[in-house]
Design a protein around this ligand. Structure first.
Ligand code: SIN
Length: 494
């Protein structure tokens, strides 16, 4: 492999177009989750740095919002081009700090870039309205304006795409952004911002604050009155805290929170397609994806056959370092994450479930020469049968490569089981019955539904959940609304 990422390793904060140290000059380590080896020491932003970045964003926002939509669009398009020209380097950096296989990292760079491209176009289509008035001497206009400075908090599972999905619509709308990437994966965010500067996006419009002080930065983002909107992707628990912190200032919020997606296979389904969909929906990013299939409900008459075909299909999975050829499942992000997933499996087994299959562990990382506890974060893709509905892995987000199969008898029961969750992000089902498709699309209580497919994410579609999975939508034409205020103008004539 030709190493292309070196010039993209930035380890400082980006505030007002300048790379800088944190106020206290402290740093934190970013570590490769596949090997345990340190990659970089990165400046550790403090709340004082966040305040400085917000002030810079306030200044930059005024001139950014005044630019013609066409100009904002052109700069976003330029940024998209640069990201795609550097796809390989950015993908390597992503695999290095996040662990996902290189092929998936390349796909994530293209996926993230597709949001920049999409919103470069949408920037030109922020239409207002003219409304017929109730009186002849009046004219009612509706215009849309940027909400102002946006604070963004992004997760480690898609460090490029989740940031791009927030930055692109914010910039298209005319907002400036202060962003805190996850402490595990700040390098992709810094690289993305470097390319934005090269594309000509003005200083202060994008500010990046890597930090291990997540809570303190969150407090500054939510309580600083200059921040007009918060966009967060992460856990429901943290989302609830942020809602509470935003409440006194009545700050607008977009939340993309946890999920617990049901994956339902009916007796009339194309089982081979369902198996392919299950593998795609479950093992993307080693199961560390909010829209990952989390609970598998299989009709009792095809339960054994589905399990047989699934375990056969999983023989092709290869667990290992994302840089190794043919690896399809990388490490989990940390040892803590691995222990949590193991806890779900142990709990299910205690309740009567049985491990039907586990991907063999490859020698390549069993005895990694680096000797930094190399294999520690790897979790072998696992299938459990006879899982009960009260098992933790059916009730909570697993965030790991574990499939628990639960049989069901009727369509009504499947819908009830699927909806019996506080989460409502995504759901998937496989059937050939067109009437059943309509019934399920109507009745499933989630923001997104995959019908005979396990992959649903793309820039043209509104991504988001209901219930405790979040507020608002990202991507698509709806994704701009969260960054815009509606202003009604009432003109009266004599
Ligand atoms: C997520 O896990 O939060 C996002 C995944 C996606 O965009 O498909």
């Amino acid at each position: 492999m030709i190493v292309a990422y070196s010039s993209f390793i930035k380890n400082q904060l980006l505030i007002d177009g300048e790379w800088c140290l944190s106020a206290d000059e402290k740093t934190f380590a970013v570590v490769n989750p596949a090997t345990g080896e340190p990659i970089a020491q990165v400046a550790n932003a403090t709340p004082a740095d966040a305040t400085r970045a917000i002030d810079a964003a306030v200044r930059a926002q005024i001139t950014w919002a005044e630019k013609a939509a066409n100009e904002r669009s052109r700069l976003l398009r330029c940024w998209f081009d640069l990201v795609m020209q550097n796809q390989e380097a950015l993908a390597q950096l992503l695999t290095l700090e996040q662990g996902k296989p290189l092929a998936e990292a390349r796909a994530e760079i293209a996926y993230g870039a597709s949001y920049i491209e999409w919103f470069a176009e949408e920037a030109k289509r922020i239409y207002g309205d003219v409304i017929p008035p109730l009186a002849n001497n009046q004219r009612i206009h509706v215009i849309k304006q940027p909400v102002g400075v946006v604070a963004a908090i992004t997760p480690w599972n898609f460090p490029c795409a989740m940031l791009a999905r927030k930055l692109a619509p914010a910039l298209a709308a005319g907002c400036a952004v202060v962003a805190k990437p996850a402490a595990e994966t700040p390098l992709s965010a810094l690289a993305l911002a470097q390319l934005a500067l090269e594309a000509g996006i003005p200083a202060g419009v994008i500010n990046i604050l890597p930090s291990a002080h997540a809570q303190a930065i969150g407090v500054e983002f939510t309580t600083n009155t200059h921040v007009r909107k918060l966009s967060f992707t992460g856990s429901t628990a943290v989302g609830k805290t942020l809602i509470a912190q935003c409440a006194p200032g009545v700050k607008r919020i977009t939340l993309e929170l946890g999920g617990n997606a049901p994956f339902i296979v009916f007796d009339d389904a194309d089982l081979d397609a369902a198996v392919a969909g299950a593998i795609a929906a479950k093992f993307r990013n080693a199961g560390q994806t909010c829209v990952c299939a989390n609970r598998f409900y299989i009709h009792q008459s095809v339960y054994d056959l589905f399990c047989q075909k699934l375990t056969a299909g999983m023989q092709a999975l290869k667990l290992g370092n994302g840089f190794d050829d043919e690896v399809t499942v990388g490490p989990l992000i940390s040892l803590r994450a691995k222990e949590k997933v193991q806890g779900f499996v142990d709990d299910a087994v205690r309740r009567g479930a049985r491990i039907a299959f586990q991907t063999p562990i490859q020698n390549s990382f069993q005895a990694h020469p680096a000797g930094h506890g190399a294999q520690d974060n790897f979790f072998a893709p696992t299938v459990l049968v006879d899982v009960t509905q009260d098992a933790r892995l059916a009730c909570e987000e697993i965030f790991g490569p574990v499939i628990g199969l639960i049989p069901f008898a009727t369509e009504v029961q499947a819908i009830q089981l699927a909806n019996a969750s506080d989460y409502g992000l995504a759901a998937y089902f496989y059937t050939r019955d067109t009437n059943r498709i309509k019934r399920l699309c109507d009745q499933l209580q989630t923001g997104m539904v995959g019908v005979n497919t396990g992959l649903i994410s793309n820039a043209a579609a509104p991504f988001g959940g209901i219930k405790q999975s979040g507020w608002g939508r990202e991507g698509s034409r709806y994704g701009l609304d969260d960054y815009l205020d509606i202003k009604y103008l009432c003109e009266t004539f004599s």
